[in-house]
Design a protein around this ligand. Structure first.
Ligand code: B12
Ligand code: SF4
Length: 455
């Protein structure tokens, strides 16, 4: 059988800049599973490939089309399913990915045959081997399937056992490596060593994945995978890297022992860094270059509202440690939907005063599936999935009008970007391009604000 694996393109204000472009690791896992099952397989990644899907369907003529994507891609994913069925009504269409995991009902459309809602490649493998295994659909954990023409059956959940995952086949990465980067660290490969997160910040979708169960891969196996990747830069995309100090020490020890020299990018929590300076020193010796930290806010009340279990003091201690050891910090901020003008001013003042190296901001986006979604449900003001890109207000702001909010947000965003000039890894041309875009957007907002005020 021929299996076509699809990732939608990336559409937002900053999409054409490609400051961060990541290999489609989820599809590479599926590719590995399909190959192991003896199928022919092709990856179509619309993030980097400009050929339309129509042409790919015509040329490859798949028997199975499997589509991944995030909330922003929901309609594009459904569009791909429809095109696949128009091309050949006998094609089996499988939907999967993080949005489908908690919001599988969004894909209850006639063009879709299966939705993988949990378990990742395990249920995928079972679906694509159905003709030979003869297994009953009702026995495949982790999927939704159609019974008759319209009603859907949701099977029991499945869990990812990360040590059962194969080492992904990276032929696609090697053939397209020039596209994949983390800012100036290019090319950059991606590794996943854990699923979900042991913490429970209430805005967060990531910790609800894998049925909310945090599972880590065996350290030696992760190091084995890294050793086999022919790429100097490795971004470990776990929501938070190993929280067990012994595991981190073992990770660093194995890398040093085996003489593996790579540049690492990781996500960590501020409190872990604040409490574990010696672990950060060890990781630096092993190649750590950049840490992405969800600082979210420098206001203790907001941090407490988000159940972040950190504080302004913890955030400051974390930044101090990273600065001291010359590890670059990408600080991630959240601007609350109910932020007041005073909150925006505090944020701007804070960033100016503390000169963060690299920082970026998102508008609080209550993703369906999280408890924040329940809280803001009555105020949700859009049906367009592309608005869920963390740069749009998806709910009515509580303290000012929408235009005013965007104006304040982009003013803050520009100040954040200006503070990025000290980064070693930020290419100045990219930075200039983003600043120009944000400034052009600001000018447009100012114009619209004035028009609104004159009415
Ligand atoms: C790395 C990352 C990125 C990278 C790369 C994204 C990419 N691939 O294009 C960057 C930084 C560019 C990015 C950008 C965005 N991201 Co992002 N990202 C992540 C992160 C941190 C890790 C993803 C990861 O682990 N990938 C590795 C693969 C192997 O893991 P996986 O996707 O879970 O795949 C497994 C299973 O889900 C399953 N599977 C996946 N797809 C499919 C498909 C089929 C058919 C099947 C059967 C199974 C299957 O099998 C895989 C193997 O086990 C996640 C957090 C998270 N925990 O997921 C957020 C996350 C996925 N991002 C998110 C969002 C919203 C975005 C943005 C829209 C907005 C933003 N500013 O962050 C943009 C849009 C990018 C785009 N491509 O359009 C949300 C998605 C929420 C949702 N409900 O959809 C997440 C969950 C973070 C969050 N804030 O909650 N992101
Ligand atoms: S925000 Fe970070 S630390 Fe908090 S639950 Fe999500 S992934 Fe975990």
């Amino acid at each position: 059988m021929r299996v076509l694996l699809v990732r939608p393109g990336y559409e937002n204000l900053f999409a054409n800049i490609n400051i961060v472009n990541v290999e489609p690791l989820e599809l590479e896992y599926l590719y590995t599973a399909a190959k192991e099952a003896g199928h022919d397989c092709l990856i179509y990644d619309a993030v980097i490939q400009r050929t339309g899907i129509h042409k790919v369907l015509k040329e490859y003529n798949p028997d199975i089309v499997a589509v991944t994507g995030y909330i922003t891609h929901r309609d594009v994913m459904i569009g791909y399913a429809k095109q696949a069925k128009e091309h050949n009504p006998a094609v089996q269409v499988i939907m999967g990915g993080v949005h489908a995991e908690l919001n599988y009902h969004d894909f209850y459309v006639p063009a879709v045959d299966f939705i993988v809602h949990s378990g990742g490649i395990v249920p995928f493998r079972e679906i694509i081997t159905l003709p030979v295994s003869g297994k009953k659909l009702g026995d495949i954990k982790g999927i939704c399937y159609r019974s008759g023409d319209s009603s859907w059956i949701v099977n029991e959940r499945s869990y990812i056992n990360p040590d059962d995952l194969p080492i992904p086949d990276r032929s696609f990465f090697y053939a397209n490596r020039q596209h994949f980067r983390y800012i100036n660290l290019s090319p950059c490969a991606v590794v996943k060593a854990a699923y979900s997160c042991p913490h429970r910040c209430n805005f967060c979708y990531c910790c609800l994945l894998n049925n909310g169960e945090y599972v880590c891969r065996n350290v030696a196996r992760v190091v084995e995978e890294i050793a086999g990747i022919n790429c100097e830069n490795i971004w470990i995309v776990d929501d938070t890297f190993y929280t067990d100090r012994q595991k981190v020490q073992e990770f660093a020890r194995l890398l040093l022992q085996q003489g593996i020299k790579k540049n690492f990018i990781l996500y960590y929590r501020a409190d872990f860094i604040a409490d574990n300076e010696e672990v950060i020193i060890t990781l630096k010796e092993a190649g750590l270059k950049v840490v992405l930290v969800g600082l979210e806010s420098f206001d203790d009340d907001i941090l407490s509202d988000y159940h972040k279990l950190t504080s302004k003091a913890v955030n400051e201690r974390c930044l101090e440690i990273l600065r001291k050891h010359e590890i670059e910090c990408t600080g991630l901020f959240i601007v609350d939907i109910d932020a007041t003008k005073k909150d925006f001013k505090n944020l701007r003042d804070y960033v100016k005063k503390h000169q963060l190296m690299v920082a970026t901001a998102a508008i609080l986006t209550p993703l369906p599936g999280t408890s924040q979604y329940e809280k803001y449900q009555q105020r949700i003001n859009t049906k367009n999935p592309q608005h869920w890109d963390f740069l749009h207000l998806v709910a009515e702001p509580g303290s000012m009008g929408k235009l005013q909010f965007y104006y304040e947000f982009y003013k803050f965003y520009i100040i954040l970007l200006l503070s990025n000039k000290k980064s070693k890894y930020l290419d100045i041309n990219y930075l200039q391009h983003i600043k120009d875009l944000a400034k052009a957007y600001m000018r447009e907002l100012t114009k619209r604000l004035k028009q609104q005020q004159n009415k």
